[in-house]
Every structure is written in C-alpha cells, then in structure tokens.
Write a protein that binds this ligand. Structure first.
Ligand code: APR
Length: 307
C-alpha cells in the first residue's frame, strides 16, 4: 500500500503522521510545492517511527514522479480560512490548486482512490472528479466524520459520558448549510432529545455547524487540523482494511436522495472499492428542506467555480 498526501501543511502533515503511526501503508509520500518543507517534515516523521514502532516509510518531495502508483491520494493542499472567512471564500484559489495538484497526481496514479480534504469541500471534490476523470466511487471527500466527531465531542462534554457510546449523523454540505440529524443522534442507543432539553440540543447542533469557525477564531492564522486529519485517517483505515464501515462522507450522487451530479454528505459504505455504496434513508419534511437548501448552496458554488 502506497499513500500520497498532497500538502505538507497543518492538515497534510498531521494526516501523514497519523497514517504512519497507524501503519496504514508501507510508504507515505508527502508532496508540496514548497521546497524543503515536505522533505524536512517527512524526515522528522520517519524518525518518530522507531519510537512508536512503525515501519511505514515517510518521504517528502516536490516531484509528483515520486507519487507514482499510489493506491490512495489524500488531497489537503490549499489555502486555509482566516477569521471572518467562510469556506466558500477559498473557492477561486483552491480550485486552481486542486486542478493543478490532482491533475499531476492522478496522471501518475491512475488506479488510486482520491480522498479530498481541501475546502470548500463539496466543490473541491467535484473539481477532483472532473480533473482526474476517475470513476466517482474512487473520488470522495472528508467532512461528515469531522462534523459528527465535533457533535459527539460536544454531547460527551454536555452529558459527561464517553464519546464511544455516542453515535451521530450529519448530512449535507460541509459548511453553514450542513444538516445535523438530532433524531438519529443517540447516546447508548437513546436519542439525545430524551437526555437533554430541546434548547440544549439546538445549541449543540448550532455549535457543530460553526465548529470550524470557532477554531479559526482562536487560531487567527489558519484552521483546524487535528480532528480533520484524524477523520481523513479513519477513512483511509476503512479503505485499506476493507472494513466496509458506514461513515458520513462527501459522495457523488447519481439519483440518491433525489439528486444527481453533485457531491453531498451522505452515509457511505467505505471499503477497498472506495465509496462502494450510498445508504438512503427517509428524511422528514424539515430535513428534506434543509438538505435541499444545502444542495442549492453547493450547486450555486459549483456554478461560481472555474472548473
Ligand atoms: N500543490 C501542492 N501543495 C500545495 C499547492 C499545490 N499546488 N498549493 C499549496 N500547497 C500547500 C502549501 O504549500 C501548504 O504547505 O498546501 C499546504 C496548505 O497548508 P496550510 O496552509 O497549513 O493549510 P491546512 O491547514 O493544512 O489546510 C489545507 O485543508 O481543511 C482544509 O480548509 C482547509 O483548504 C484547507 C486545506
């Protein structure tokens, strides 16, 4: 197993380290345009291997030739948000970066699975599909695991219970229009509405929607990366080990949920074949309306992108 991580910044480097620590590949190649950064960080990561007992070979480069024949490409390159910016404010700059980077990487690894992390996520994943011309099951994005992880963390803090027993579902785009589903969010199988008043449920859902912005406001110079990297690594784990986990991912719709030719956060079976299947479930009228709003927003952003 060979995995390429595009981008040696905060998200890329943290993802590469997690992949190495979890020994999910024999070789992890980190590629960036900045001379020296991928090489230096990768050497540092490689030297952590003996300490945590990992034989994964981490290598940094600015040359896409070294990424050839990767099984998985994790795309993290791109600008990150600054305070006051929405993910959509990154559209023009990151469209260009995704086009360049995925163009180069997909040509060298025609059989790879691409996991996109760059924002605005739903649109950047669409760009990656168009540029790579890969089958859509091999191109998808990381968002739902991060959004549900934020939701689970907030619920665990509120109820003073283990995150392990909290199961959550978030649909829709990765942004202000995401659709957290409180009725499918459970603690030890009990819907959260039975464990806290409705106003606390609403407040936690709202905090989840703004979870990324809350961190950007603190950091000032960039956006979140520990949880995004952990979420990307969880997707890679399910692919590499063919676990067929059901994870909320940004997947290409071909009629599911009544929509097509768009990427949206939906429950996906993730395995060696990539986004192998999308699970559909009935939505109530309110959820349908929110999902549609999210679809319209992402379609509008795709129209603005120079794909
Ligand atoms: N090819 C390869 N790497 C590139 C390219 C390119 N064409 N353009 C930029 N990069 C690299 C930068 O050199 C930098 O090292 O992408 C990296 C981005 O790192 P950071 O600025 O630290 O940003 P990060 O926090 O990692 O976020 C990256 O992930 O979560 C999303 O919204 C976030 O879009 C952002 C992306």
């Amino acid at each position: 197993m060979k995995i390429t991580v595009i981008g040696a910044g905060n998200v890329g480097a943290t993802t590469a380290l997690m992949l190495a620590q979890q020994q999910l590949a024999k070789e992890v190649v980190v590629v960036d345009i900045l001379e020296g950064i991928p090489e230096g960080k990768s050497l540092d990561m490689l030297q952590s291997g003996p300490v945590h007992g990992s034989d994964t070979f981490v290598r940094g480069t600015t040359d896409y030739n070294e990424t050839a024949n990767s099984d998985i490409i994790v795309m993290t390159a791109g600008l990150a948000r600054k305070p006051g910016m929405s993910r959509d404010d990154l559209l023009a700059a990151n469209t260009k970066i995704v086009k360049d980077a995925i163009g180069s990487a997909s040509a060298k690894s025609p059989n790879a699975i691409i996991v996109v992390v760059s924002n605005p996520l739903d649109v950047m994943t669409y760009v990656a599909l168009k540029v790579s011309k890969f089958p859509h099951k091999r191109v998808f994005g990381m968002a739902g695991i991060l959004d549900t992880a934020r939701l689970r963390a907030f619920i665990a803090m509120e109820l003073n219970v283990s995150v392990r027993d909290i199961s959550a579902m978030v649909l829709g785009g990765h942004g202000d229009t995401m659709v957290p589903l409180p009725r499918l969010t459970t603690v030890g199988g009990i819907p959260i509405g039975n464990l806290m008043p409705q106003e606390r449920v609403d407040a936690i859902m709202q905090r989840t929607r703004g979870g990324g912005a809350e961190i950007v406001k603190f950091l000032k110079t960039g956006s979140a990366y520990y949880a995004p990297a952990a979420a990307a690594a969880e997707m890679v784990d399910s692919i590499v080990k063919d676990r067929k986990r059901i994870l909320p991912c940004c997947a290409y719709l071909t009629g599911e949920y009544g929509e097509k030719d768009i990427y949206m956060g939906v429950p996906v079976v993730l395995g060696r074949g990539g986004a192998e299947r999308i699970l559909e479930m009935p939505l109530n009228d309110e959820e349908k309306a929110l999902f549609k709003k999210s679809i319209d927003h992402v379609r509008g952003t795709i129209a603005k992108a120079n794909i």
